[in-house]
Write a protein that binds this ligand. Sequence first.
Ligand SMILES: Nc1nc2c(ncn2[C@@H]2O[C@H](COP(=O)(O)OP(=O)(O)OP(=O)(O)O)[C@@H](O)[C@H]2O)c(=O)[nH]1
Length: 333
Amino acid sequence: MIPIVVLSGFLGSGKTTLLQHALAYYKEQGLKPAILMNELGDVNLDGSLVNGQAPMKEMLSGCICCTIRRDLGIELMNLAGEYKPDVIIVECTGVANPMEIVDAVTDASLYSSMILQSVITVIDARQFLDFVSGHVKSKSLRLMQDQLRCASKLIINKTDLLAAGELQKVQTFVKELNPYALTVSTQRGDVDRAAFFSIQGEDRMDVSLPKETVADTVQEHHHDHGHGESYHSYDHVVVHTHFFGQPVPRARFEQLFRSLPAEIYRAKGIVRFLEQEGQMMFQFAYRELEIIPIRPQKSVNDVAVLMGENFAASEIEARLKTLESARKPLTRS
Ligand SMILES: Nc1nc2c(ncn2[C@@H]2O[C@H](COP(=O)(O)OP(=O)(O)OP(=O)(O)O)[C@@H](O)[C@H]2O)c(=O)[nH]1
């Protein structure tokens, strides 16, 4: 039986950061992990963060729920067959409905030797608190709650971004929504690795979810897009991909992210700056921007992927284009 560990959590909550801890743990234990990543955009940037550490398959797409329903089981079996891993970690896109993933994994376990080990959900503590206290009006609160409810293990992450006293509030909300999960509060997903990633049988999640619950939730989250197939209702989520044709001025790039509309929760990508040599990876998660120099082993595109709720992609595109029209003054020696 190959145990399957599902990493769930809203866009930018810290799943890939947690995945790094999981990979380190399995390595220490002498275990061979494999990874299945599902990204919302059509470029997988998280993949480049874990490249080479474990065999990986990617499922890239726009309409993730359908891809998941159709292909997740097949991809899991391909991974199992090709690499004979000791454990498979599934990192789902931040807008995946975890119930559907649990359902797909349990389906796969019916006709192959796999078993759902755990569903680990990561929460961005700051974002969650803003959502539940109504500071941010969002359809995504419902999704966050679903992700939280179906977890067997819960990580309240990014506690460094909370003010004094706020952590307790988050913990109370979380406990109300899911009193059963093993719950910890962390910075950068730094959990007790054995407790969270162990693949011992006795630690295994009970997969016998009442079927009606799954069916109800799935049904509730489905509707017809008018092209013959049903998709879940998180279709208010917009993904915009922009490929940069040239380097951009760093200060204006940072300024653009400081002034993004609140509906854009998450962005990531690779960019070159006029003032600096080499490529940079940037990560924008709930209003925080990080920029890290990278040295990719193979050539990678300069690209920005932005995700959020119903934002005007054309406006963002225009702003990114304007950024690109800035030129470095020619210096002659
Ligand atoms: N301040 C702070 N930032 C964090 C913490 N954990 C992760 N981050 C940052 O948050 C950003 C998103 O983290 P990821 O691990 O890529 O999040 P993710 O859930 O994999 O993102 P998606 O795959 O896009 O949904 C990165 O810039 C991380 O460095 C934390 O505890 N505190």
